[in-house]
Design a protein around this ligand. Structure first.
Ligand code: GLN
Length: 484
């Protein structure tokens, strides 16, 4: 039962072979048994989960079930969920019980999908290894001495280990795709604005986007159908017709033009990752696709631009955590300023403070033009590079991450090395494009390798089609870590 897809579980529920209560009990038992070694969850609350499962079973008995009613999912602890502890991986929110649901959470509730728990994450989604969490690092089920990637590391690890059939994540610079790659699962970051950010704790508002993490592209399509949709409470939510993201899954790939950016296949791409990505390209050719070399000349500057823009927005967003209204407050203080300072000094971890300092610096008078404005100009150039590339191709292909899962602690003291984990993913966020990562092989140590597809704006259905056809032809996505 544990490594089932959302699709299979929905079929089992529809046929009456199992109930949502049985499914949830099964997953909760696995979480109870295996989470201590992985630390993928910050909060589990079986009473709440089972109450939602009973409601789902009742809805099915009453004939009012939707396609996924009763299938449970885990949610990244960045999503406010009514009555649930919602920490964002931070001491600052260690005691915050949300009084309301994020749009994403209410969409899952409306679909009748119970919450299995809230997953661990890098503090305020800042990180690529899940080591910055106030609640401790998450372990990669493929090798518990290694990181699962980040910042959605808890979501990735719990799906890879079969503690949940799927989970939500958020991706500001790669935090769905990179952990999906490092744990051998499939993760989709939608076009900016497709999923509402309402109730999703803000990191860098112009980049943040929520998406599904699951075993297959097909499951990601079904989950995106639940998550997407206009929401007037998010001013950047796009008012578009609802679409069925699974509608094109079965289409053959004849005539598909795949763009291979020469910057992604340079000196930085080596060894097993290079070989696995090359093998995937050959597989796509067998499936009827053609390839064309494209160029993203400014992509090499994307990490630099991101580490100006994202901290700038974070420094503004995180100013709300002041100890006054909710969350952590320091114990001893003399006056208001002292209270603010001590609360923030004690409530935020080192990486978050680093970002706030960088952000306030690049926004300050005298440096704004030199850093922030320059980074915004670069952002525009990066988006233009993609637009040019899409004149020649339908989808862009490359690696998701430069390496497979690294050892816990290996990059923890070297922020620049950590930042480079997102070298292939960040440009996609800066341009606002959709991207998906799926497994395409293993390295010599048996660790999963991720393949990234990048689509043009609103090309989710096409990308999911391409990914699904690849998954019909290969079985990398069916491999599970030993012991799980
Ligand atoms: N690793 C990147 C960072 O630390 C991206 C994080 C994310 O996508 N949330 O900012």
């Amino acid at each position: 039962m544990s490594q089932q897809t959302i699709k299979n579980l929905a079929d089992l529920l529809a046929s009456g072979k199992t109930s949502s209560v049985e499914l949830c009990q099964d997953y909760l038992a696995r979480i109870g048994a295996r989470n201590p070694e992985l630390n993928a969850f910050i909060t589990v609350d079986p009473d709440k989960t089972l109450a939602e499962a009973r409601a789902a079973d009742a809805a099915r008995a009453a004939g009012s079930a939707g396609p996924l009613t009763g299938v449970p999912v885990a949610h990244k602890d960045i999503f406010c969920a009514e009555g649930w502890l919602t920490t964002c991986g931070s001491r600052m929110l260690h005691n915050f019980v949300s009084p309301y649901d994020a749009h994403v959470i209410s969409q899952f509730k409306a679909a009748g999908m119970p919450t299995l728990g809230k997953t661990n994450m890098d503090e305020f989604a800042m990180g690529s290894s899940n080591e910055t969490s106030h609640f401790g690092a998450v372990k990669n089920p493929w090798d518990v001495a290694r990181v699962p990637g980040g910042s959605s590391g808890g979501s990735a690890a719990c799906v890879a280990a079969g503690l949940a059939p799927a989970a939500t994540g958020t991706d500001t610079g790669g935090s769905i795709r990179q952990p999906a790659a490092l744990t051998g699962i499939t993760g989709l970051k939608p076009t900016y604005g497709v999923v509402s950010r309402y109730g999703m704790i803000a990191f860098a508002s112009s980049l943040d986007q929520a998406g599904p993490m699951a075993r297959t592209a097909e499951d990601c399509a079904l989950l995106l159908n639940v998550m997407a949709g206009f929401d007037e409470r998010d001013s950047t939510s796009l008012e578009r017709e609802n679409e069925d993201y699974a509608r094109d899954l079965a289409k053959p790939l004849n005539g598909l033009r795949i763009g291979l950016p020469k910057e992604f296949f340079g000196a930085g791409l080596t060894g097993d990752t290079a070989q696995a990505v090359q093998a995937a390209i050959n597989e796509f050719r067998k499936l009827g696709a053609t390839t064309v070399e494209v160029s993203l000349p400014n992509s090499g500057l994307s990490v630099a631009a991101y580490y100006v823009i994202a901290p700038a927005e974070a420094s503004s967003n995180l100013s709300r955590f002041d100890g006054v209204r909710y969350g952590y407050r320091t114990k001893d203080y003399t006056d208001l300023t002292d209270m603010y300072e001590k609360t923030r000094a004690e409530g935020f971890g080192a990486e978050v403070k680093r970002r706030i300092l960088i952000g306030t610096y690049v926004l300050s008078h005298g440096y704004y033009d030199a850093y922030y404005i320059q980074a915004q100009k670069l952002r525009r150039l990066i988006a233009q590079d993609f637009a040019k590339a899409y004149e020649q191709c339908d989808v862009i292909l490359g690696p998701t991450a430069p390496t497979t899962a690294f050892k816990l602690g290996e990059k923890a003291d070297d922020p620049v090395q950590m930042y480079l984990s997102d070298i292939y993913t960040i440009a996609v966020n800066l341009a606002g494009l959709p991207g998906i990562s799926m497994p395409c092989g293993f390295d010599a140590q048996g660790l999963p390798i991720g393949l990234q597809l990048i689509g043009d704006y609103f090309a989710e259905a096409r990308m999911l089609n391409v990914a699904h056809q690849y998954q019909l032809a290969t079985d990398w996505h069916q491999r599970t870590p030993g012991g799980y």
